[in-house]
Design a binder for this molecule. Structure first.
Ligand code: ADE
Length: 315
């Protein structure tokens, strides 16, 4: 997987991918991240990347020309040219990049994303993504989709936005990481890169852990197991993850729930499922509408709702 980030603040990414599993993935050549300074694609003395909006209004807008030039230097043709090239069976990727490019350390020279291209398909599976508050909400499902590609190019919006023609001409997706407005797309790009990279095969030490976490694989898709715990009951299945505990067994007067220490895996499994339901009902009730729930889950939910109603009536 290759990730290119186009930004007016390349320094923002210094160090951000140098921790934990992401650092290891980059170090082992499982992925490569290049950060590109948009100002390197300007031609005036002031290295201007923005301008006033047509029609008036607040703030400034990122100009289209530097972004188009940066994308061209990355070998990214317009969406339409890429689609035509794929239909004609030729690779739309040409050129490489040197101006304004920073490699995110650590890197290894052995990386070649072409090795990851699906057999029989000449063109790399590439998507250009614009990060903006107006985008579709980024989810784990989208992270999984992106993780299956060879290359993603993340264009970081700034100021009031990016000239919409860039979106129209080059961007396959416009993504937002949540319903709030950031000062720019850089944090969002880092979030997307992290969420995607950790899904690549070999990045997580325990491959099972990404299946069993919140927003993990749906139950039906889970095929690995945790010792002694039946797999079909253990997936997040569209629910939030259950609470986790480690040693000490008592901390600040709070004991780890007894059920987790008695070794009865069926009981543990039931307790965890109930906790998933409780947490999801409390924090993300919207997820329950789409979650795959068993009859037992429905009964438990009814019971939890009754308990909550009784509690509310008393307080
Ligand atoms: N730029 C500003 N706000 C954003 C958000 N919520 N997600 C992605 N990019 C952004």
């Amino acid at each position: 997987m290759r990730i290119d980030i186009v930004t007016i603040f390349p320094g923002f990414f210094a160090g951000i991918f140098e921790h934990g599993v992401i650092r290891r993935a980059l170090g082992e050549g499982l992925a490569k991240i290049d950060v590109h300074d948009l100002r390197a694609f300007t031609h005036d003395r002031h290295r201007t990347v923005d301008d006033r909006p047509f029609g008036g209004g607040e703030g400034m807008v990122l100009k289209p020309e530097p972004i188009a030039e940066a994308l061209a230097a990355l070998g990214i043709a317009s969406r339409f040219e890429r689609q035509d090239a794929i239909r004609a069976g030729i690779s739309p990727q040409t050129g490489s990049m040197s101006r304004g490019t920073t490699l995110v350390a650590p890197q290894t020279p052995q990386f070649d994303s072409r090795a990851l291209a699906p057999a029989g398909e000449g063109a790399l599976q590439t998507r250009v993504i614009l990060l903006s508050a107006q985008g579709r909400r980024f989810t784990q499902a989208i992270a999984r989709e992106l993780a299956a590609l060879d290359r993603i190019v993340l264009v970081c919006g700034r100021y009031e936005g990016v000239d919409e023609r860039i979106n129209e001409l080059y961007c396959d997706r416009e993504l937002s990481i949540g319903d709030y407005v950031l000062s720019g797309g850089e944090l969002a790009a880092a979030v997307v890169a992290d969420a995607v990279l950790r899904l690549l095969p070999g990045v997580l030490g325990n491959e099972a852990s990404r299946e069993f976490e919140s927003f993990g694989e749906e139950d039906a898709k889970i095929d690995s197991d945790v010792e002694g715990v039946p797999r079909s009951q253990h997936g997040a299945g569209g629910l939030l993850d259950y609470p986790h505990y480690t040693r000490p067994a008592e901390f600040s007067g709070l004991r780890v729930p007894e059920v987790l220490m008695n070794g009865d895996h069926a009981q543990i499994r039931r307790w965890r499922r109930e906790q998933q339901l409780r947490k999801t009902l409390a924090n993300r009730p919207d997820l329950l509408e789409r979650a795959q729930l068993s009859t037992e889950d429905d009964k438990l939910l009814d019971q939890i709702r009754r308990e909550r109603a009784e509690f509310d009536a008393l307080h």
